[in-house]
Design a protein around this ligand. Structure first.
Ligand code: ZN
Length: 700
């Protein structure tokens, strides 16, 4: 994942090199020039009490800069308006980047309080920016004259983005319409919060209490133990309590021999928000859709989907539908063959029933064991963290000639962190990479790529990037080094891919770094492909004690199991994506019966009865509250891009330098400075096609 810590806004990536002369004289390091190597943050001097004053002063300074722009009596030019906006907010950017990074890796109550306060301050600051009528008029004037301004491709795109973002915020509406939009936004934000709150409460509400040992048949010890502890905590001595949070639900579905209990758990999970009680989300979702249609129409779009996709690589709903439909057919075929395989097992066991959705995980697990015999614990000894890091560095060296030099003169924000200078083959400095891979109290779950400074080059002032890769991987134990799992290896390569994107970026304007969400995972996901190539595994997967290279037999097992369950996983995903799209291409703002609409949508797509969409409407948080409305397709879209792009390497050679150079020049270096589809075509010579993904997942 690529991390944006605050609501995505171009405002947050503004820079300038001109240090304000009016900075208060204190010992606050944010108000001073950093005389450290590569101007890296002087962590030893930064104290928690420095953040809020720096946020306040940063906002004040940027407001003054905006004020100067709108009060400029000269006719608007790209330089005196857009470049001036891009140069503004140097202090604010600096404190946002450092604070949000540290709040992700080393938070505590005090940091959380600062986060709350600064988020409120920043969202007001962003609102003020987009409501700045005078600023919009200058941008609009430039936008209308853009043909005659002689702008570069990047400048054009930067200008266009400002104009579009203001318009999408309602800047072109009249007073009455603006008021209407404000009301819609207010009601939407409340409904969306309520929807999320109900799902959260539903997650906690359902409990399966087991009081007979028989009903635990098949479950792993860890699941039983956790259920016992939950029951004990509730005073239910001698019983077991199961909830429907994913870490509890999935092992239950995989291993419980009790078919009726699997059904109960699965249905409870799928029906969250759909129980006709005080936590029901049907009316709320229907109203959300009505408001989204009204908002889209008000802003001049036919559907909400058109509104969303304007800013994505996919561009139109038609493109998303045709993309999903291309994969639908082969995926359904594969899923059907998986059903046949599992039904055979059921019949052989003498089960007199047809496979149902709640049986899938249980029988898939049996097929996996029978067919692939892959125990991931056998792999761990070959994935010592240091070896995997050497591996990912070696891949970058062979592809791009990069050198990674560990430095001991750059300050660390935590002793667990390592820091590397990244250099070109000829020794030229590119940037700095901080790696921070172990869980600790105060670190957010998951893995991400962030930065303390991103690259920009306004008027020849080149700033080099300071990138972070953060994870929560398996730690060393008293007798063993850190031996990470297959999944963690993939994640490490993934985040490193994001890091390369940040390190290689070569744009002028900070806001040109912003990349659409259906394109941003291409650089990261493509790196995962190298991780599992037999040739690459042999480079880094060495036994932590003996140094022995991973045996061919294990490589084959990894290779063979990659098609496992892919029909199911892809199908339940596409079904949810189509449901999302169907909801957002509605053109009239009438209320809908959610159950009926969903039923029709599923019928129309022709989903096989053994599979349900990954999420149903009343608990589909991605499209109700997480900002993925008309965007759930993005994950698969990026998967097509990365498979198709990696195919170019498979055709020309895993480490073919010409292909790597082209990928760097056309994709990685460009950030969001050009249209992503055009960038892709420059690299691949054509638009992406789905074939490589079908091949990779065994769907062809
Ligand atoms: Zn990612």
């Amino acid at each position: 994942m690529k991390k944006y810590f605050y609501p995505l806004s171009v405002l947050l990536i503004f820079f300038t090199l001109n240090l304000s002369a009016q900075a208060p004289v204190t010992d606050n390091p944010f108000f001073k020039e950093w005389k450290t190597p590569f101007q890296t943050p002087p962590f030893s001097e930064i104290k928690k009490e420095h953040f809020l004053p720096a946020f306040e002063e940063g906002i004040k300074q940027q407001n003054a800069e905006f004020e100067a722009i709108v009060n400029n009596e000269d006719k608007p030019t790209f330089e005196n308006t857009i470049t001036a906006i891009e140069k503004s907010g140097e202090l604010l950017t600096k404190v946002i980047k450092v604070f949000s990074s540290l709040n992700g890796t080393d938070t505590d109550d005090e940091m959380q309080k600062i986060a709350e306060k600064s988020t409120t301050m920043l969202s007001k600051h962003i609102d003020d920016f987009y409501l700045n009528e005078k600023l919009f008029q200058r941008i609009k004037t430039l936008y209308n004259e853009k043909e005659s301004l002689n702008l570069t491709t990047e400048q054009n795109r930067v200008l266009e983005n400002y104009y579009i973002d203001f318009v999408r915020g309602g800047a072109n509406l009249n007073g009455e319409e603006k008021e209407k939009l404000r009301k819609i936004n207010d009601e939407l934000s409340q409904l969306v919060l309520k929807f999320g709150d109900y799902v959260r409460k539903e997650n906690n509400k359902f409990e399966l209490i087991v009081d007979r040992k028989d009903d635990l048949a098949g479950l792993p010890d860890a699941s039983i133990q956790a259920a016992k502890e939950k029951a004990d905590a509730r005073g239910l001595k001698g019983k077991w309590l199961f909830t429907i949070d994913k870490p509890t639900l999935i092992p239950f579905l995989q291993f419980s021999e009790k078919r009726d209990l699997r059904e109960k758990m699965y249905k409870a999970y799928m029906n969250r928000g759909n129980n006709n009680d005080e936590l029901d989300n049907k009316k709320i979702f229907s109203r959300i859709i009505v408001l989204r249609v009204e908002k889209a129409n008000l802003l001049g779009y036919k559907t909400y989907s058109d509104f969303v996709l304007q800013k994505k690589m996919a561009k139109t709903p038609e493109n998303v539908y045709s993309f999903l439909n291309d994969i639908w057919k082969p995926t359904t075929k594969k899923a059907k063959s998986e059903v046949v395989e599992m039904q055979k097992l059921i019949d052989a066991e003498g089960g007199k029933f047809n496979l149902e959705p709640w049986d899938w995980w249980y029988y898939a697990e049996k097929v996996k064991k029978e067919k692939y015999d892959l125990d991931e614990e056998m792999l761990r000894p070959y994935f010592k963290l240091e070896n995997v890091i050497d591996g990912v560095f070696a891949v970058a060296t062979r592809l791009y000639g990069l050198q990674f030099v560990e430095r001991d003169d750059i300050q660390l924000y935590n002793p667990e962190v390592k820091v590397f200078e990244v250099k070109e083959a000829d020794g030229k400095h590119i940037g700095v990479l901080y790696t921070d891979y172990f869980p600790r109290a105060g670190k957010t779950n998951g893995a991400w790529c962030g930065d303390f400074r991103s690259q920009s080059n306004i008027n020849g002032n080149y700033l080099t990037p300071l990138v972070t890769n953060v994870g929560n991987f398996s730690k060393p134990t008293s007798d063993k080094p850190a031996l990470i799992s297959l999944d963690e290896v993939r994640t490490l390569f993934h985040e490193f891919g994001h890091a390369l994107h940040v390190l290689f970026q070569n744009v002028n304007y900070p806001s040109a770094a912003s990349v659409p969400s259906d394109f941003v995972e291409l650089p990261s996901q493509i790196m995962e492909n190298w991780a599992m190539q037999p040739e690459v595994l042999k480079m880094y997967a060495k036994h932590f004690e003996t140094g022995e290279v991973i045996p061919q037999e294990l490589i084959d097992k990894i290779d063979n199991s990659r098609f496992f369950n892919q029909g199911f996983e892809t199908l339940e995903y596409i079904a949810a994506s189509l449901l999302d799209m169907d909801w957002h291409v509605i053109t009239d703002s009438g209320e809908r019966d959610v159950t009926q609409f969903e039923k029709e949508s599923i019928m129309k797509m022709g989903l096989i009865p053994e599979v349900w969409p990954r999420y149903l409407t009343t608990n589909f948080l991605h499209i109700a509250t997480w900002g993925y409305e008309s965007g759930y397709y993005s994950y698969l879209w990026s998967a097509v891009l990365d498979s198709d792009a990696f195919e170019a390497f498979l055709e020309k050679g895993l480490f073919d330098n010409t292909t790597a150079e082209s990928f760097r020049k056309n994709i990685l270096a460009k950030g969001g400075s050009e249209d992503p589809m055009e960038l892709y075509i420059k690299f691949r010579g054509r638009k992406p096609v789905v074939d490589a993904l079908l091949k990779k997942r065994g769907l062809n």
